[in-house]
Design a protein around this ligand. Structure first.
Ligand SMILES: C[S@@+](CC[C@H](N)C(=O)[O-])C[C@H]1O[C@@H](n2cnc3c(N)ncnc32)[C@H](O)[C@@H]1O
Length: 215
């Protein structure tokens, strides 16, 4: 009963977020125009590390073409619809396919094998989490010492034109949330950061691409 009330009052409850992406997932790739820095994000991650890569909140896989066939990717995704669409897209990909494994889970509650990945990608994934720093700590725990993590998101941003319901659903639009707050106690050192400007037609604030090394 208490859990039902929690789900009802909290727009960032994982069950609510999962349902939203289950409903929206079908339209997600078509609704997003441009690659929103995803190509640049994967280029940055692959330049820093190769091998086993964890992709958190991969959605319906609009960035699948940036996966390299010589790497192995593990997708951790909350929405079952997104995972199904991702699998279909992977199936349809031409040429040599990378090795990809799919797992449904909430990155805020997930505990993977320590130091089992060379790198991790979190692209536009933290925005809808209540405790994004917990997810970042969990992910950092699974990346080997010296490995790389890329976060691409609207860090510390607040789009003042956005309606309140959007702001409530997107924790990262909170202007008080600095990069330090987002990282929490994760052992990450910032190596590089750059703004990513969206398509002008989207009228969004700039996102930020950050490359960290795990220490
Ligand atoms: C805005 S989409 C981004 C998808 C993809 N990374 C891209 O840029 O196209 C966010 C994705 O993160 C997933 N997600 C949200 N919260 C999550 C969580 N706690 N754990 C894992 N995935 C989550 C959603 O289901 C959704 O597919």
């Amino acid at each position: 009963m208490l859990n039902i009330i929690r789900v009802l009052i909290d727009p960032l409850h994982p069950a609510r977020v999962r349902n939203r992406y289950n409903a929206f997932g079908w339209r997600y790739n078509a609704a997003m125009s441009g690659n929103a820095g995803l190509e640049r994000a994967f280029e940055t991650l692959h330049a820093a590390t190769t091998g086993a890569i964890l992709d958190v909140g991969a959605g319906a896989g609009r960035h699948l073409s940036y996966y390299q066939s010589e790497n192995a990717y593990h997708v951790l995704e909350l929405s079952d619809t997104a995972l199904m669409l991702f699998a279909n897209r992977l199936e349809a990909r031409d040429g040599q396919k990378p090795e990809v494994t799919l797992e449904q889970g909430d990155a805020q509650a997930w505990r993977g094998e320590p130091e089992s990945y060379e790198g991790a990608m979190l692209a536009y994934t933290l925005s809808t989490m209540k405790r994004p720093w917990t997810a970042v700590e969990n992910i950092a725990h699974t990346v080997r010492n010296g490995g790389a993590i890329v976060i691409l998101d609207y860090i510390g941003q607040r789009d003042r034109r956005a309606p309140l319901w959007i702001i409530k659903r997107n924790a990262v639009y909170d202007p008080t949330r600095s990069l330090d707050t987002l990282i929490g106690d994760a052992p990450l050192a910032l190596q590089h950061s750059e703004p990513i400007w969206p398509e002008p037609s989207l009228n969004y604030p700039p996102a930020r691409l950050c490359l960290f090394t795990r220490h």
